[in-house]
Design a protein around this ligand. Sequence first.
Ligand code: CP
Ligand code: NVA
Length: 333
Amino acid sequence: MHSRRHPGSLTKELDLDAKQFLELVDLASDLKQEKAERRQQPRLAGREIALVFEKNSTRTRCAFEVAAHDLGAHVTYLGPDGSHIGREESIRDTARVLGRMYDGIEFRGFAQQTVEELADHAGVPVWNGLTDSWHPTQMLADVLTMIEHHRSPVEEIAFCFTGDGRNNVARSLLVTGALLGMDVRIAAPPALQPPADVVATARDLAASSGARVLVTDDPAAGVAGADFVYTDVWVSMGESEAEWDARVPLLSPYRVTEELMAATGRPDSRFLHCLPALHDRSTTLGARVFDRYGLDGAEVSDAVFESERSVVFDQSENRLHTIKAVLVHALGA
Ligand code: CP
Ligand code: NVA
């Protein structure tokens, strides 16, 4: 069957070129301003959006719901349980059913193949709200946040992701930085560096965008001169809890502490995190990590998370404005 992919779909960052990516970021900035000034228009009045989640979410779900409501659209949430998707009904059949009822579909889940298959068969825009491979709507928010705090063209921004370099967020940051001509670094132990094909893609993109790409196992070298230091959880959704035993010793040198922030050499460098973050023992997971490993927080210290350098809540707010831009671009009149 030939693909019925809608051009408004966003299954991964590389569905976009640099110009299209930055146009969405600009649109998000305009929509943010409109909302602040209470000038919002119901651009998607009467539209119906399906939100399909195989994994948990706070930000992505809420951003899609609030964005849709702000624009006058309605949503239906299908959670990890309760629908037939993938169990009694194939992805292809589900795509064709939802495509008859909805104007657009968000999908968060495990396999990238699932969101690609939905996009191929739904006939309406399909947006990736995170898979094991990529997190493209997060990237739009992250770039908007960096631009807001750095106030210079993206090509002049340097950022370093430190931690599990194989995870969805690290992979997405690497290709996004390379696509946009940024100075992008990944600091991760050899066992947790991004896969060779993703690094090769980033280097290919850099050859034409002018990006500087560094993958290193030296956290201090990774962050030297960086405007932004970014980290993410050490064990991602869908991975076994048992991974913690190996990850703690491997990733402790990559934890974002005040010392690592100082190693940027930049008193104005900022801290980013897609969230949720393990920065103290106030959660059940945080308490378990403290009891088992004696670590108070994991990938970032509470001191950095709560510091003036931390712009993580600006970043999470920007999920709303950037997801709204994705909806308006795909469905707006
Ligand atoms: N950053 C992010 O995607 O958060 P949620 O898992 O809460 O959606
Ligand atoms: N890497 C994390 C990102 C959460 C937004 C995960 O997949 O769990």
